[in-house]
Write a protein that binds this ligand. Structure first.
Ligand code: SAM
Length: 354
């Protein structure tokens, strides 16, 4: 795709050929990560952007300003691991000053939250999602290759103390690795007023880190969670796909002892599932991804992207707006993750801005 494909400079919201309104941008602030999750990083690693190509905070803010002028209301900082980018709160302050941006969220593995949760909250991060793939320290290390569960759990506590408006736990559900503890992860999260969410593994990186045999479907995730509490069943919160900011569909665990079992009182036992594979949500996709070096990806599942850094420097905001509209004109109806090896992305989440 190129800027020539742009559909013009007209004001108004970003609407793609499928009539989806695009109002959500994920910004990768670094493609570096202090962890190396086995489903994310293939054994032989992934290429990293040259440092010279990494957008500065000022460039990111200039680009986000254009997105906001086109109706983007929510931004999520991600990566790689966003907290390893030096002085992340300074970027948040720049973004907070952009008119029209209602919501700034962060996705993190939590390792650096013990020291960063409060400064990030003070700088203006509203919501935080923390990846926790196991509550067993040894397993956690195996899945993340070098993760430290105790630090991450301290990071969750730091986030709770910092007063974010929402904290969610993200767990990639992997058969044989953590599928026997999904109910325990739910209970742990619910006790802390945190919403657990389970993600189906996707064949990113040309499937190089993907084992079909360990894939756990959304239906199996629901079964595992209900099986953990006798007498319970799972009810969908809304009959159709998720409303709101993201791809998760939300459910409640009902019946059984009502959540009283040792947890001190009735709880809303709510959890989310992000199911790109077996119950995909492409028809409600509202998002774009900006890579560390300024490439705009309209769909996670394809490698093609539109450069925004060149237009920013050569033509300013109007040129960026035209390039964004061009990317949206080419946004695909849906992904092809079902066709592993036939059109899946060569890039890993960590490279695109997961
Ligand atoms: N490092 C941050 C974090 O841990 O949230 C942000 C980036 S990470 C790529 C974002 C999310 O993508 C994490 O929840 C991670 O578990 C998930 N992820 C990475 N590779 C994945 C894959 N192949 N399938 C499903 N989820 C994946």
């Amino acid at each position: 795709m190129s800027a020539e494909a742009a559909v013009g400079f007209e004001p108004g919201p970003l609407i793609d050929p499928q009539a989806r309104v695009i109002d959500y941008l994920r910004v990768s602030v670094t493609d570096r990560c202090n962890y190396g999750c086995v489903y994310c990083i293939p054994d032989d690693g992934v290429a990293q952007a040259d440092r010279a190509d990494v957008l500065s905070f000022e460039e990111i803010a200039a680009l986000v300003r254009v997105f906001a002028s086109l109706g983007v209301r929510r931004v999520r900082l991600t990566g790689g691991e966003p907290t390893v980018r030096r002085d992340l709160p300074a970027l948040v302050r720049l973004l907070r000053a952009i008119p029209g941006l209602d919501d700034i969220a962060l996705s993190t593995n939590g390792h650096l939250l013990p020291q960063l949760a409060a400064p990030l909250r003070a700088a203006g991060v509203d919501r935080v999602n923390i990846s926790v793939d196991s509550l067993d320290a040894e397993r956690f290390r195996r899945i993340t290759r070098r993760g430290d569960l105790h630090r991450v759990l301290a990071g969750v506590e730091a986030a709770r103390a910092a007063g974010f408006s929402s904290i969610k736990l993200n767990t990639v559900a992997i058969r044989g690795a953590n599928d026997d503890e999904l109910d325990r992860i739910c209970a742990w999260a619910w006790e802390r007023g945190v919403v657990p969410r389970f993600i189906e593994e996707m064949p990113m990186a040309d499937g190089r880190a993907y084992q079909p045999a360990t894939h756990l479907s959304a239906a199996a995730i629901r079964d595992r969670i209900a099986a953990g509490s006798p007498g319970t069943h799972v009810v969908a919160e809304q009959p159709d796909r998720a409303q709101g900011a993201g791809p998760a569909r939300y459910f409640r665990l009902e019946g059984g002892d009502g959540g009283n079992g040792g947890n001190g009182g009735m709880q809303v036992r709510r959890f989310g599932i992000i199911s790109p594979m077996t119950e995909h949500f492409c028809t409600t996709c509202n998002r774009l991804r900006l890579s560390t070096s300024g490439a705009l990806h309209a769909c996670l599942a394809y490698d093609d992207a539109v450069d925004l850094r060149g237009p920013l420097h050569a033509g300013g905001p109007d040129a960026v707006a035209a390039a964004i509209r061009g990317a949206i004109a080419g946004k695909r109806p849906g992904h092809t993750f079902q066709l592993i090896g036939l059109g899946g992305p060569r890039k890993a989440m960590v490279q695109i801005g997961g």
